[in-house]
Design a protein around this ligand. Structure first.
Ligand code: PMP
Length: 416
């Protein structure tokens, strides 16, 4: 296995050292192969809104498995999950299930290109939308962590069709439309950037993106793989009141099983095969185990909306952290940014509004901090440019303990 891992950031390459191997997860904790248990803020990078192995998900997945793991024919669970998605995310009138966020994003831009008859897409600097060729241009997440502009293997002819604009900069977006009149199929963005670390949208930015795309005949595509079902029941589009034409989903939708989805306006989704002429398919798409996990997650969200609790817990962590930062005398050299249960501690002066700002972070200092936290029993993302995820399984005492670990770790880091 290249780097010993199935996905690059897991290798600890940017923070140094050897990754531990996880043997199990329960609630807010992961246990490693040596039997050491740590409080987890990686949380599989987002799917685990209710922590590891919630009984209501495990039960439904086991039940589904006993009935057969894959059929290659329609099943009722797909319909039930589609009904929930379209009810919970009002801009999604129709939905297609796939197996990952990457697949969903790749398919959404094929649809955008097919529906508009245009080839160019616009994305944000530091925005991550999976590893499809068109998106591996100035991407966030692991691409940012390894400080590479793109990827070998992406033809320059294809990369040339991706225009990159800074996040939170409506003038730059307007400039892209001016430079490429009639060429842009879609503007794709994370409505809350979470793959350069967490960067909230400036007031008016999402509205401007909506207005500019509409005015220029392009589609607005929100990548809500992280924010979907996390920042609100209906995602960031509900929280900020801006409706995209297409939405990309993943993570929470699959409750820890491999699921992605794209959906949106009926007239657009009707262009997808077999209704329409934009081809997209999948042997395991709509997989019964994955659908069962998704139904269990969304049913729990509808029965007991967790958003007030997640905001309270996020705020509790923030308060503890700010106190720890002040005590460690680190207040001005770091920036803690949070949207609900998503947050990042940037090792740079804040506020961070875009990727250029995020990249000013002292990643060596983050690495030292990461290891100190790990020693202190807290598992943070092994990279500066990732979000920390709080789940409902994080108890108040866990969050307070985390703040203490932050204080001790910062003292260690500055004492280096
Ligand atoms: N979009 C966003 C916003 C993501 O955060 C990610 C993954 N972190 C993806 C797309 C890609 O999803 P996947 O890893 O499931 O392919």
């Amino acid at each position: 296995m290249p780097g010993g891992v199935s996905s690059p950031v897991r290798s600890f390459a940017s923070v140094g050292g050897e990754p531990f191997f996880v043997s199990s997860g329960r609630g807010a904790r992961v246990r490693d192969a040596d039997g050491i248990s740590r409080l987890d803020y990686v949380m599989s990078y987002g799917p685990l809104l209710f922590g590891h192995a919630p009984a209501f998900v495990v039960r439904e997945v086991a039940k589904a498995a006993r009935g057969g793991t894959s059929f290659g024919a329609p099943t009722e669970r797909e319909v039930r999950l589609a009904e929930r998605v379209t009810r919970m995310v009002p801009s999604i009138e129709m939905v297609r299930f796939v197996n990952s966020g990457t697949e969903a994003a790749m398919s959404a831009i094929r649809l955008a290109r097919g529906a508009t008859g245009r080839a160019r897409i616009v994305k944000t600097d530091g925005g991550y939308h999976g590893h499809a060729d068109s998106f591996l241009v100035s991407a966030g997440s692991g691409v940012a962590t390894f400080a590479i502009a793109g990827s070998s293997g992406v033809p320059s002819e294809l990369a040339a069709l991706t225009t990159v604009v800074p996040y939170n900069d409506a003038d730059a977006l307007e400039g892209a439309f001016r430079r490429h009149p009639g060429e842009i199929a879609a503007f794709v963005l994370e409505p809350v950037a979470a793959n350069m670390g967490v960067v909230p949208p400036r007031s008016g930015y999402l509205e401007a993106a909506r207005e500019l795309t509409s005015r220029h005949g392009a589609l607005l595509v929100f990548d809500e793989v992280i924010t979907g079902f996390r920042v609100a029941r209906g995602g960031a589009q509900e929280l900020y009141g801006v409706e995209p034409d297409l939405t990309i989903l993943g993570k929470i939708l699959g409750g820890g099983l491999p699921v992605g989805a794209y959906g949106g306006r009926r007239d657009l989704m009707d262009r997808v095969a077999p209704s329409g002429d934009v081809y997209q398919a999948g042997t395991l798409s709509g997989n019964p185990l994955a659908m069962a996990a998704g139904i269990a997650m969304l049913r729990e969200i509808e029965r007991r909306p967790p958003y007030a609790e997640l905001e309270r817990k996020g705020a509790l962590l923030e308060a503890g952290l700010r106190e720890a930062l002040a005590e460690a005398g680190a207040g001005s050299s770091v920036a803690y940014q949070r949207v609900g249960s998503l947050s990042t501690l940037f090792f740079t002066e804040g506020p961070v509004a875009d990727f250029a700002g995020a990249k000013r972070s002292d990643t060596a200092r983050y690495a030292a901090f990461f290891h100190a936290m790990r020693e202190g029993g807290v598992f943070l993302p092994p990279a500066q440019f990732e979000a920390w995820f709080v789940s409902t399984a994080h108890a108040d005492a866990d969050l307070r303990r985390t703040a203490r670990a932050v204080r001790e770790s910062l003292q260690q880091v500055s004492g280096d």
